[in-house]
Write a protein that binds this ligand. Sequence first.
Ligand code: NDP
Length: 252
Amino acid sequence: MNTSLTGTTALVTGASGGIGAATALSLAAQGASIGLVARRKDRLDDIAEQIRAIGGTALVIAADITDQTQAAAAVEQTVQTFGSLDIVVNNAGIMLLGPAESAPVEEWDRMLAINVQGLLYITHAALPHLLAAADGERGTADIINVSSLAGRVPIAGSAVYSLTKTGINAFTEALRQEVAGRHVRVSLIEPGPVATELFTHIRPEILEASQEAFANATLLHAEDIADTITYVVTRPARVVMSEILVRPDGSQ
Ligand code: NDP
């Protein structure tokens, strides 16, 4: 296989399903070696098998990225195995919806820990490696942060989820400015609703109450977001796609 990402290494968080798994497969199809990070090892083993079946290379790293030590170790293991780190896809996340008034505070803690702290820990550990890679032959390195339409358009019931995603938006833009002169591209991807397991963590009573809103909605496929991410990281080094909002057809 000799394609546009041949010789590069990508680390994808939340690679055990949904958008992360589709992205890992898509980047692997372009020739990147992939560090697959999530907690469920059996699911990662399955994705790694699928990557090998198309001639790609993958490393399974079972880790909880809300633990700083595990997040940093996942980055180091990827670099030690493949020799460099060119692309980080900060994708792992959870969406727990419902009115703030009656929300279990534990749900807020989980969203802040995964969506925000996990992303920060991975990014902090990865940055020195990405800066080093950007000095190399490819002339660039990439951080892709997966935010959400909810980070642009907060709605009732998504207060804390939107807070985490709006925070990611702010961090992404500030970091982009910090490393722009050193050829690390920092990009924000904001998907609208995508058919994945993300909705399965919402409390049943909340999900039931919102069924009507979802019933006739067109959902994106995980592959649509994977395609977008792959497009962003395969642009020439001079091109920085700093922000992309992906809505399904029919979305207001
Ligand atoms: P999924 O629920 O399918 O995937 C979430 C992934 O995150 C899983 O691989 C899960 O793996 C991983 N993850 C969760 N907690 C941790 C943790 N503590 N440590 C490591 N990995 C973890 O959802 P999606 O694919 O839909 O979501 C991916 C991203 O896209 C999220 O950031 C989400 O907010 C965002 N997004 C999704 C939209 C949608 O409609 N689906 C819309 C907009 C944005 P495991 O459980 O094995 O650890």
